[in-house]
Design a protein around this ligand. Structure first.
Ligand SMILES: Nc1nc2c(ncn2[C@@H]2O[C@H](COP(=O)(O)OP(=O)(O)O)[C@@H](O)[C@H]2O)c(=O)[nH]1
Ligand SMILES: [Mg+2]
Length: 243
């Protein structure tokens, strides 16, 4: 897929201020400084599109960009940055929660994780939260240019091992670098496939969210993408058939 136009739409402080739900959206989330804005810029092919910050925790807004006039990329505020004022922190967490749980045109979340680090508690907790809330996501390991291939593989394997019991089928995993462009084609393929899957079957409502303590015995969810699944009518995806 070629991106011929990439346009900033708006910075929204909360879900109500986001643009209408007419276009499918793909959202970047992860800890502050993990490389969300850089990856969004790399993907769109416009280096200055989303502001890359040297100050962790800088972005508190939901930043929305329209690609090819037909779909959107969304740069969400980072989680896990302690120095944000308590009140602000609570506010933007609520905005992110709201967005992830109620945005009906959200096709897929790209959950970004630093490929240079062993599994971090906060990332594991966030992935568990996504799973529990049936938010479709894939895992994107970032900044691969900064680590040796062996360390990257070790970190990714350790992370997937920690979460493997939560799913019937592991979420898709990509390794990316905003600096070298690694992973761009794969990310665009994920988006293109999700966009064309729009023609697919209408999902049922048989999904059960995982229980509160750890994730299940019983029917395990399948993380993935869904288009339309969360679309008109606010239906939730069938975990066995995400779109
Ligand atoms: N080497 C390298 N640095 C990166 C990469 N992605 C982001 N960075 C740097 O990491 C810092 C945080 O990036 P940013 O995109 O603002 O992260 P965000 O807070 O998650 O949006 C910046 O200094 C970036 O230049 C990458 O793929 N490789
Ligand atoms: Mg950012």
């Amino acid at each position: 897929m070629n991106i011929s136009s990439a346009i900033f739409d708006r910075s929204a402080p909360d879900l109500d201020s986001c643009p209408d739900e007419s276009l499918p959206e793909f959202a970047f989330i992860g800890r502050s400084n993990v490389g969300k804005s850089s990856l969004l810029n790399m993907l769109s092919g416009k280096p200055g599109l989303s502001r890359v910050s040297t100050t962790p925790g800088f972005t508190k807004m939901i930043n929305v960009f329209t690609m090819n006039k037909t779909w959107r990329l969304v740069d969400l505020p980072g989680y896990g940055f302690a120095h944000v004022a308590r009140q602000d922190s609570a506010r933007f967490n609520e905005a992110v929660n709201d967005y992830l749980q109620h945005r009906v045109n959200l096709c897929c979340v790209f959950a970004l994780i630093d490929s240079g680090l062993p599994p971090q508690k906060i990332d594991l907790e966030f992935v568990e939260w996504l799973t529990r809330n049936s938010v479709p996501f894939i895992l994107v390991f970032t900044k691969t240019d900064r680590v040796t291939p062996i360390r990257m593989r070790t970190n990714i394997a350790a992370f997937t091992e920690r979460i493997s019991g939560w799913f019937a089928q592991l979420p898709e995993i990509l390794a990316c670098s905003a600096t070298t462009g690694q992973g761009r084609e794969e990310l665009l393929r994920v988006i293109a496939e999700a966009l064309t899957a729009d023609q697919g079957e209408v999902p049922t409502e048989s999904e059960q969210p995982p229980p509160e303590d750890g994730i299940p015995p019983g029917e395990l969810p399948v993380a993935g993408r869904n288009v339309k699944a969360r679309g008109t009518g606010g239906r939730r995806p069938n975990p066995a058939r995400p779109w």
